[in-house]
Write a protein that binds this ligand. Structure first.
Ligand SMILES: *Cc1c(COP(=O)(O)O)cnc(C)c1O
Length: 225
């Protein structure tokens, strides 16, 4: 199936409350343009250097200014300037240090960056992210930043075929999201995004209230690393 057909197929299954984020990492600019031509507008990348070189090509074409870029990979603070000028959201804020650095960068460069806090929901040790207690503590200590807008949570479920494990992961992040929304983030209208679900589990994520699903493989095919 073509990229356009894949997008149409996925969108037909998503409720209006869940936006599709097309994960284009490891795929060439031509594929991004094909998805754009099919109406896709939100794209996500995960590696600063790759992101920057694609952005430069796409911006030089001068006709895709309505693309909304999200960053979803591990971001080192010495790479902020490669990423922050071009993104409308960083979904993968996984430490207080990174959060504060994005805020500082924003103050110096006159930009307010939307972010999601990445939550470690899987049982795997390798995945990044805050634990539930850490994020609650962080947001109660520093609820407000001048140049960062905390818009919600992002999480990746355990990589497994066992659906009950995936459901458990999504259930935990949804519970945390609800608790924060009714607790330390109460009254903060911008705290409304729950980014969960990838190619293998996005229809499950939708059941747990995903407002964004991040899909790469099911749109662009397998990645060649
Ligand atoms: C690569 C990636 C995705 C997309 O994964 P697929 O399984 O290809 O849909 C989603 N989220 C994050 C954070 C990723 O790094």
């Amino acid at each position: 199936m073509s990229i356009a057909e894949n997008i149409r197929n996925i969108k037909s299954k998503l409720p209006p409350s869940a936006r599709l984020v097309a994960v284009s990492k490891f795929h060439p600019v031509e594929n991004i343009l094909e998805a754009y031509a099919a109406g896709q507008r939100i794209f996500a990348e995960s590696r600063p250097q790759e992101f920057l070189s694609k952005i430069k090509v796409i911006n030089s074409l001068n006709c895709h200014s309505d693309i909304e870029w999200h960053f979803i990979g591990h971001l080192q603070t010495n790479k902020l300037k490669m990423v922050l000028p071009y993104v409308s959201m960083v979904q993968s804020v996984d430490s207080e240090h990174l959060l504060r650095s994005i805020d500082t960068w924003g103050r110096e460069n006159g930009k307010i960056t939307n972010v999601l806090l990445e939550i470690h929901i899987s049982g795997e040790e390798t995945k990044q992210g805050f634990l539930a207690d850490e994020v609650t503590d962080l947001l109660s200590r520093v609820g407000n930043f001048g140049n960062v807008r905390v818009c919600g949570l992002m999480g990746m479920a355990t990589f497994t075929d066992e659906e009950s494990v995936v459901r458990g992961d999504f259930e935990r992040i949804r519970t945390l999201f609800t608790q924060l929304g009714e607790g330390v983030m109460a009254g903060r209208k911008e705290f409304c995004e729950l980014s969960i679900g990838m190619s293998d589990d996005y229809m499950i994520a939708v059941e747990y209230g995903a407002t964004m699903v991040r899909i790469g493989t099911d749109i662009f095919g397998p990645r060649v690393y």
